[in-house]
Design a protein. Sequence first.
Length: 241
Amino acid sequence: MLSGIRVVLSNTSHPGNIGATARAMKTMGLTSLYLVKPRLFPHADATARASGADDVLAAARVCATLEEATRDCRLVIGASARTRSIPCPVISPHECARMAFAESGQGGVAVLFGCEQSGLSNAEIDRCHFLVRIPTNPAYGSLNLAAAVQIIAYEILVAHEEEQAAMPMTEHKPVSAGEMERFYAHLEQALVELAFLDPANPRQLMRRLRRLYNRARPDENEINILRGMLAAAQQARKPCS
């Protein structure tokens, strides 16, 4: 799903910032870079600042217009540090990342960054569904372009990893009802041999144990472990010859 999220740089004036952006993206797992009317690209400064993210630079797509760069995107989020008179919902980097990650499973998502000197123009903001604002020191809010990309890219990677952590590592396959009945028969036999269960006065022991293991719904490997433990306990109970 990370491949569905693109970083779009509009009217970037310094090629070094393009290279640094590529590096910031690659460290966080993003690879799709779109450049709208960059002043200088390709350029040696971009390659030097990429510092190993040459593949991201090589795959970067140069577009003549922002419309071309975002035509197939279902969601466009613009990064802006200034309060605008034009009404546009403003979200945090955290919200931006989760929204971008969620939407990328259904279509393209663009995170748009304006030129270094003036940021996004009003016309560019018109194409955004949301604006993302990165909190900074009120006394000094100047944030380098690549640093801003790094912050948003980091939040996107965190959203991705949280989604992965929430997914089950392996598919759990409980054993069949027949296998469970064989286990219960073995369990009851072992408990009798260990003098833990009195067959003349069983009370509710086996019923309670059934409820316990039915809740657990063990898989084949877990049943084998349990039955192995029972067999070992039975063996240990036998008198030495």
